[in-house]
Each structure stands twice: as structure tokens, then as C-alpha cells.
Design a protein around this ligand. Structure first.
Ligand code: F6P
Length: 348
């Protein structure tokens, strides 16, 4: 008899560690007697039946590679006429016993809806933003904050030499995990996150104080999704939204550019802005993300074997766990305020 088939897809923005998950799911599932089918480019691959059978030999050592060998997209099944029906029909036609969806809140949100419609689906939490509830960390986050740390450190010499203020925009959508952790590690003098309201006036006062005290340079890390009330009229993101309705932060005039202009005008200090952008999620995964992706991938196959559908593999207090997709997508995970309070001690 042909072996049972497990499907896997990677959706949303790619994150370093995805290939570690693909390798782990394929290897563990093959060892346990399953065939593994990869769907290409996220939910689009399921809708269009674009598949690729994965074997242990093919995925050997890919945990060291960034991106995803399966490709990704922001295709939203809910936005397509009969999208859910087509998806379920196609998965049945491919004889998929269970589907692994590796993604952030959008991909996992679709997975949860499919579970409610009867699909045997399990999730793996992926995003550099670290904003998925129910898990202490998402893979991709560690690599991304290490990039931020490295870039901030590199900026120090040029910023200090020119006695400038440098405002750096950091990804992370509507949570400040990346700016906070990357900013602490990379020595930012001020960190602005969506969870804490700060005005441009307060930022200018902080910069002036720093210059008056003799330190005539500053690096400010600002989350792309930060809301700085007195400059928001100057922020103009690209009008285009993705299929999940998200504004494309980091395009058009972002918060860093608007803030930099205001700082220069109010303080007279030469100020520049910089968007780290997609460099933050490019390149090979950190050791931590390779390990986390591996652990989550092995665990999610065990969850399938136990019939824990509608659940997501997670890391909680160091151990692997299964949490409901409902909990995972219910609300955005915001920063730890104690970490923010610690960071504040080092502002300016
Ligand atoms: O969710 C991950 C993320 O990198 C966000 O931090 C960022 O806002 C967004 O994706 C960028 O999306 P795209 O790659 O579609 O421009």
C-alpha cells in the first residue's frame, strides 16, 4: 500500500529557519513512513496544485540556508471565490492526511479557518516579527535581531564621526520586538515601539539633552509600525495593501524619514534616516533559528501522529508544546514591558 501523505507549505514573508522546519518535517515524516508533499508558494500552491515531493535526501543540510526552498506568497484563500472549497478539494485529490502550515498570523489564521472546516492541519510559528501568541519565540526573530544588532553597530562609527542623528526604521509591523531586542543589543540611544506612545517633541528634547551633555551624535531605533502622533500627518505609506489588508510599512515616506526631518528642523542637528528593510530577514539563519526550526518541525510531525489538529507547535519555557491555533491567532503578542523598562535605563 502507498504510504500516507503529509503536506507542507510556507506562507507570508520568508523567515530564516523555514528550511530547518522543512528538513525536520520531511526527515521525521519519512522515517515514520509518510511521504511528504511540498506545496509551492504558500496557499497559492494548494489552490493551483503546484507540488513537489520532498525526500530526506533532497532536504539534507538545507537548515543552513535562508529563505524557503518551497517559495512563499501572501495569497489569501479567503479573498478568492470558493477558495476554501477549492483548497479542501485539492488537498483531498492529493491524498493529504495532514497539512503543516508554517507561517505567521495570516497563514496560521487561514489554517485555523480550514481546521474549522474539517481539515487536519497543524501550524508552525514563523516570523521575524515574533508577534505570534502562544509561543515564546517564532523562528526567524533571532536571526533578524542579530542583523539589526550588527547594522546598528556598524552605523556607530559613521554617525559619531559626522556628529549626526541617525533614525533607523526596523521591521516588525505592529509590535516592537525587533526594534527593542535589536536596539538593546546594538546600542541604540532611544528605542521607539508601537506599544509605547512617544511624541516627536519628546524625541527632540531627548536629542537636545544628549547633545548638550557633550555626546553630539545619536542613533534612534524606531519600529516601522510606531505611531508618533505629532508626525503621522507626514507619514505616507504606499497605498497598495497585501491580500490580508496590511499596509506596506517601509514603503513611501515611513516613520523614520518623517521623524528625521522633524528632528533636524526642531533641533538643528544634522539628521539622516535609514530603512534596514529586507536585509533584516535575508541570509542564512542563526544557530538558534536552525535549532528552533528543527525542534518545531520534529514536534509538529509528532502532533500529527497524536491527532493534535487545529494546533500549533510552540516553544514554551524552553520545551516543545502544542497550543491551539485559536490562541495563536487570537491576538498579537506585544513586547515584554519588563524588557522595555530595562532598555529605558540606557536611553541617551
Ligand atoms: O511580517 C514580516 C515582515 O518582514 C514585516 O516585518 C514587514 O512589515 C513585512 O513582512 C514586509 O513584507 P513584504 O516582504 O511583503 O514587503
Amino acid at each position: 500500500m502507498a504510504s500516507e501523505r503529509i503536506g507542507i507549505l510556507t506562507g507570508g514573508g520568508d523567515a530564516p529557519g523555514l528550511n530547518a522546519v522543512i528538513r525536520a518535517v520531511t526527515t521525521k515524516a519519512n522515517l515514520d513512513g509518510y511521504e511528504v508533499v511540498g506545496f509551492l508558494d504558500g496557499w497559492r500552491g494548494v489552490l493551483e496544485r503546484k507540488t513537489k515531493v520532498l525526500t530526506t535526501a533532497e532536504v539534507r543540510d538545507i537548515h543552513m540556508l535562508g529563505g524557503t526552498i518551497l517559495g512563499s506568497s501572501r495569497t489569501n484563500i479567503a479573498k478568492i471565490a470558493d477558495g476554501f472549497e477549492i483548497t479542501l478539494k485539492n488537498l483531498e485529490a492529493e491524498h493529504i492526511k495532514a497539512l503543516v502550515a508554517a507561517g505567521g498570523e495570516d497563514t496560521l489564521g487561514v489554517a485555523y479557518k480550514l481546521f474549522q472546516k474539517g481539515l487536519n492541519v497543524v501550524g508552525v510559528p514563523k516570523t521575524i516579527d515574533n508577534d505570534v501568541s502562544g509561543t515564546d519565540y517564532t523562528f526567524g526573530f533571532d536571526t533578524a535581531i542579530n542583523r539589526v544588532c550588527e547594522f546598528l553597530e556598524m552605523l556607530r562609527t559613521t554617525t559619531q564621526s559626522h556628529h549626526r542623528v541617525m533614525v533607523v526604521e526596523i521591521m516588525g509591523r505592529h509590535s516592537g520586538w525587533m526594534a527593542l531586542h535589536g536596539g538593546i543589543a546594538g546600542g541604540a540611544h532611544l528605542i521607539i515601539v508601537p506599544e509605547i506612545k512617544v511624541t516627536a517633541k519628546e524625541v527632540c528634547e531627548t536629542v537636545k539633552r544628549r547633545y548638550d551633555s557633550g555626546d553630539s551624535w545619536a542613533i534612534i531605533a524606531v519600529s516601522e509600525g510606531a505611531v508618533i502622533p505629532d508626525i503621522m500627518d507626514d507619514v505616507a505609506h504606499n497605498e497598495k495593501r497585501d491580500e490580508f489588508g496590511h499596509v506596506q510599512l517601509g514603503t513611501g515616506v515611513g516613520v523614520a524619514e518623517a521623524l528625521a526631518k522633524r528632528i533636524e528642523r526642531e533641533t538643528g542637528c544634522e539628521t539622516r534616516s535609514l530603512v534596514f528593510g529586507h536585509l533584516q530577514r535575508g541570509g542564512s539563519p542563526s544557530a538558534y533559528d536552525r535549532v528552533l526550526g528543527t525542534r518545531l518541525g520534529v514536534h509538529v510531525v509528532k502532533m500529527i501522529e497524536k491527532g493534535q489538529f487545529g494546533m500549533m507547535a510552540a516553544i514554551r519555557s524552553g520545551d516543545m508544546a502544542a497550543v491551539s491555533l485559536e490562541e495563536a491567532v487570537g491576538k498579537l503578542k506585544t513586547i515584554n514591558m519588563k524588557t522595555y523598562d530595562a532598555a529605558k535605563l540606557f536611553f541617551c
